[in-house]
Design a protein around this ligand. Structure first.
Ligand code: NDP
Ligand code: KPL
Length: 313
């Protein structure tokens, strides 16, 4: 299977490195600065008990415009802020039989991808990894998750298509946990509920889960935010199960927990965040559905003020 990973950052770099290490035919679409860094030191993954490097095959957008065989699978792993550019850059790689799996959190990218490539090409995807790019460009693995749930967008009953089965085998062969949910769009909604709850708790309070939870009044914030995010999902037709609710609460209600999401890491590092994709979109949908979300609105405003500063406005 010919695989193109768009972006060799925290998520794409990690999944792509696992696939390359397993001997799969993987190429990374990267921009020139990342290409130069990767040519110099390889694609290195470091974690608590691991340190390994693959020599990645690289292609830039200009090179991808040269004639080539279409790819079978594209893993799209850019941040939402780079989505429009990435869609244009990857377009020459997408042929009539190419499957595109996005790893982004949120949901709006599905519409953008459908509009550009047609809904048949685009699968839903939910990535659960805890990775970050460190100052040297290495992929730093912060927790032992390597999970990529995916499936056909129009399936609601867990039916596994032939191409999904083929892709699942390849992912699992590389050590990636690759379940096919009954309804991948619902799974994406539920990850969105989780990440906005977790993102709002930590970003609004500028602290880890433990910092917030261990402060008087702090334990109330996670459940209150989850009530709002889950209410939007339910109104949109994707109610969160009790089990998922409990799983999210367990993450945001943990004394001493050092956990933060990638959104928080971007915020405190002064980088752009995915505020519009994750929070702007969710609160707009809440308005349209008539669901009040005062805490989410506050988190959105907080992140927008940061974004305005980053943009130099
Ligand atoms: N980090 C995590 O633990 C998780 C993140 N996610 C989600 O995954 C998505 C990706 O996040 P993450 O991997 O952390 O982001 P990163 O910023 O670490 O990686 C994105 C990479 O995409 C590259 N890129 C951007 N535009 C292009 C382009 N046009 N062509 C080629 N490369 C491009 C960037 O490279 P350059 O150096 O050129 O800017 C960067 O290396 C987000 O939506 C995030 O919310 C989901 C689960 C976990
Ligand atoms: C919380 C986590 C790590 C789960 O995959 C995530 O999606 C993020 O940090 O953006």
């Amino acid at each position: 299977m010919k695989i193109l990973v768009v972006g060799a950052g925290a998520t794409g770099g990690y999944f792509g490195a696992l696939l390359a290490r397993a001997g799969e035919d993987v190429t990374f679409l990267v921009r020139p600065a990342r290409a130069a860094a990767l040519r110099g030191r390889g694609l290195r993954v470091v974690g608590r008990d691991e340190e390994w490097t693959v020599e990645p095959r690289l292609v830039t957008a200009d090179e991808l415009r040269e004639p080539h065989e279409p790819y079978d699978l594209v893993l799209l792993s850019v941040k939402s802020t780079g989505l429009d550019r990435a869609i244009e850059d990857v377009a020459p790689a997408v042929g009539p039989d190419t499957a595109v799996i996005p790893l982004l959190n949120g949901l709006a990218h599905i519409d953008a991808l459908n509009a550009r490539f047609g809904a048949r090409a685009v699968l839903g995807g939910v990535a659960k990894v805890v990775t970050t790019l460190d100052g040297t460009g290495d992929i730093r693995r912060l927790a032992p998750l390597a999970h990529l749930a995916f499936g056909e967008q129009d399936v609601r009953d867990g039916t596994v298509s032939a191409r999904v089965e083929r892709i699942r085998k390849v992912l699992e062969g590389a050590g990636i946990d690759a379940p096919v949910p009954a309804d991948v769009l619902t799974a994406m909604w539920h990850k969105w509920v989780f990440i906005t709850t977790f993102g709002a708790v930590t970003s609004l309070m500028r602290g880890t889960v433990g910092d917030v939870y261990d402060t008087p009044g702090g334990p109330d914030l996670g459940p209150a935010l989850l009530d709002e995010t889950a209410a939007v999902a339910a109104a949109a037709g994707h109610p969160v199960t009790e089990e998922e609710r409990a799983a999210t609460l367990a993450v945001v209600s943990a004394s001493g927990s050092p956990m933060v999401p990638s959104l928080y890491r971007d915020l405190v590092a002064g980088r752009p965040t995915e505020v519009e994709h994750l929070f702007g979109d969710l609160t707009a949908r809440a308005r349209a559905l008539g669901v009040p979300t005062p805490l989410l609105d506050l988190a959105t405003l907080h992140l927008r003020v940061h974004q305005r500063r980053v943009d130099g406005a």
